[in-house]
Design a protein around this ligand. Structure first.
Ligand code: NAP
Length: 291
């Protein structure tokens, strides 16, 4: 298939390389053009703008940062909407607002262009290894058409409902992991204060009920007090805002999510917004007097 990727950041680079290596005809565009080089070296075509990248494409994947960025690359002056052929499917795999997703899909729909929202979980490791969890919203027929491409990028690909449902599912994912990041930081800080061998502690509890992706993959960051990417604090904070806005619309109470968002406010204010989100551990360590 002819597949276009817009956004070759931490996630988009691995995802596009996997689709290319699976034998599809890939075109890429990234705002910072230099980031296109790694995929171009493997055989992808480069395009000068999202509009040009969308011309002739059957599938157009967007993997950019936030809601205004998706609006810019899809609906902007040089946006996908001006280049994509009728019947093409835009798959937005960024994590953005469900309400804005529905508006973007409506604008595309008026030009005969389809849209799926397909945010992901699993980090850069999952992007590189093609093992992401992908939660998809949109029409069933579009989902079936896009499935072979999504299955290259993800191990679990689930059609959860109509357009926007993927983003709501991702908000649920972010709500759940926010509590896990916080409690992993709390538990490990307690162990360090008690002077335990934390590698042994993590090994001891990893096979039991406290096991989680966060403990397994990011617990060591809290122990070492270094937070390499990963997933930026700033981006997770953006996701929690999406969750809190959606909770307000639906009249749902999210006390733990609101607490973690406040801790992240403090991290961003102190210049740690580009650290991995496990830097929540930095706050708990500092408040516990750990060096
Ligand atoms: P990232 O490393 O910051 O990359 C974002 C990419 O989007 C960059 O290539 C950037 O271009 C491009 N971009 C941003 N705004 C743009 C705009 N207005 N116009 C054109 N291009 C724009 O982010 P990421 O970690 O790959 O995350 C991408 C999305 O996936 C986010 O929505 C994030 O929440 C979600 N996500 C991330 C992870 C993770 O672990 N990293 C996991 C799951 C989901 P430049 O290179 O020019 O800056």
């Amino acid at each position: 298939m002819k597949v276009t990727f817009i956004g070759l950041g931490t996630m988009g680079i691995g995802m596009s390389l996997n689709v290319l290596k699976a034998g599809h005809e890939v075109t890429v565009h990234n705002r910072t053009r230099q980031k296109e080089e790694a995929v171009a070296k493997e055989g992808a075509k480069r395009a000068d703008s999202p509009r040009q990248a969308a011309e002739g494409a059957e599938i157009i994947v967007t993997m950019v940062s936030d809601t205004p960025d998706v609006e810019a690359v899809v609906l902007g002056e040089e946006g996908i909407i001006h280049g994509a052929p009728q019947g093409a499917i835009v798959i937005d795999m960024s994590t953005i607002s469900p309400a804005a997703t529905r508006q973007v899909a409506e604008a595309l729909g008026k030009k005969g262009i389809k849209m799926l929202d397909a945010p992901v979980s699993g980090g850069p490791e999952g992007a590189q290894q093609g093992t992401l969890a992908i939660m998809v919203g949109g029409d069933s027929a579009d989902f079936e058409k896009a499935l072979p491409i999504l299955e290259i990028m993800g191990k679990t690909v689930t059609h959860v409902g109509p357009i926007g449902a993927g983003q709501i599912t991702k908000a649920i994912n972010q709500i759940i992991i926010s509590g896990t990041y916080l409690t992993v930081a709390e538990g490990l800080s307690l162990g360090m204060k008690a002077g335990l061998d934390m590698k042994k502690v993590i090994a001891a509890i990893s096979g039991g009920a406290a096991s989680s992706w966060v403990l397994h993959n990011r617990g060591i960051n809290v122990v070492n007090n270094t937070y390499p990417l990963g997933f930026r604090v700033k981006l997770h904070h953006k996701d929690l805002q999406i969750a809190l806005d959606t909770a307000r619309e639906l009249a749902v109470t999210l006390p733990a999510t609101a607490l973690v968002a406040q801790i992240e406010n403090g991290l961003i204010a102190r210049g740690y917004g580009d650290d991995d989100v496990s830097a929540i551990g930095r706050s708990i360590r500092e408040q516990s007097g750990l060096k």
